[in-house]
Design a protein around this ligand. Structure first.
Ligand SMILES: Nc1nc2c(ncn2[C@@H]2O[C@H](COP(=O)(O)OP(=O)(O)O)[C@@H](O)[C@H]2O)c(=O)[nH]1
Ligand SMILES: [Mg+2]
Length: 255
């Protein structure tokens, strides 16, 4: 492993953000590598990144296997492709501020094996149903982690996290069949399987608004999250997938 840090950026149709995101990261962190893990976007995401990567060997673009679509699958593949001692995963839409990476990288260099960006203010989770959903998701995940006898964090659902690359690669290799590849909460999956006594840190940041384009995932998370909660969660997810329950769930989430 070489010293330094790789930023993993999962993308799906991010033409409005990805060019600015990659150049911002390259300006702020000239030593970092950037891996864009793209699930076959239908817009210009690929062209935009390939134009940059043609001139910059710190930037790489991955077109993912169309048969293996999934946000978590993309993130895990990005971690497996990282060649530096540390990696940090973040969204490509500026909801995670690029400036937060400096502090997270310092924590990793100081010996943290997993560092989690925790949202200071969640008031832009617009709507009561979303707020309750987010609260419920946290406790479901915390309960599952307790059953696994693992550490918890105040933001297990975070999409901003970094870690010791080798340690996480080992977890992904060893637990590949148990990971929810089509899921949206890769950090939660990792936390279930990392050693119990790792040096885990948290880094508070201000969660922003998406700069351009639209969210692809927020409303479809609950069932997928339950699938990550072991046997009892998978049982509940099957009930929620039944038509009458599913219709109610979709209505509630739209409000
Ligand atoms: N590779 C990949 N990236 C995705 C997928 N879905 C969303 N993303 C990316 O994951 C990040 C977060 O997605 P977003 O739609 O903003 O979710 P939200 O912030 O929860 O509303 C963004 O960078 C998206 O482009 C997917 O299926 N595959
Ligand atoms: Mg977003």
């Amino acid at each position: 492993m070489q010293e330094g840090c790789t930023v993993v950026l999962p993308t799906y149709n991010e033409e409005g953000n990805i060019g600015k995101m990659v150049s911002t990261l390259r300006e702020l962190y000239p030593d970092f590598y950037v891996l864009v893990m793209d699930d076959n976007s239908k817009d210009r995401t690929k062209e935009i990144v390939e134009e940059i990567s043609a001139k910059d060997d710190h930037v790489r673009f991955f077109t993912r296997d169309p048969n293996d679509r999934g946000l978590s699958a993309s993130i895990f593949e990005g971690i497996m492709e990282s060649k530096t001692r540390y990696f940090i995963n973040m969204d490509s839409d500026f909801q995670h501020p690029p400036s937060a990476l400096a502090g997270m990288y310092d924590l990793l260099k100081d010996g943290s094996q997993l560092t989690i960006g925790i949202r200071r203010d969640r008031s832009n989770l617009d709507g009561f149903a979303r707020w309750i959903g987010s609260w419920g998701a946290h406790y479901l995940a915390a309960f599952t982690l307790k059953l696994h006898d693992k550490q918890i964090s105040s933001d297990i659902m975070s999409g901003l996290f970094g870690g010791d690359t080798e340690m996480c690669q080992q977890v992904i290799e060893e637990h590949r069949s148990e990971l929810e590849m089509k899921g949206y909460k890769a950090l939660f999956d990792l936390m279930k399987y990392v050693p119990k006594d790792i040096n885990l840190t948290e880094y508070p940041y201000d969660f922003g608004e998406r700069e351009a384009g639209e969210s692809k995932i927020s409303a479809i998370i609950p069932i997928s999250l339950l699938k990550q909660c072991d046997g009892w969660g998978r049982f509940l997810s099957r009930i929620l997938e039944m038509k009458p329950f599913n219709t109610v769930l979709k209505k509630v989430l739209k409000n």
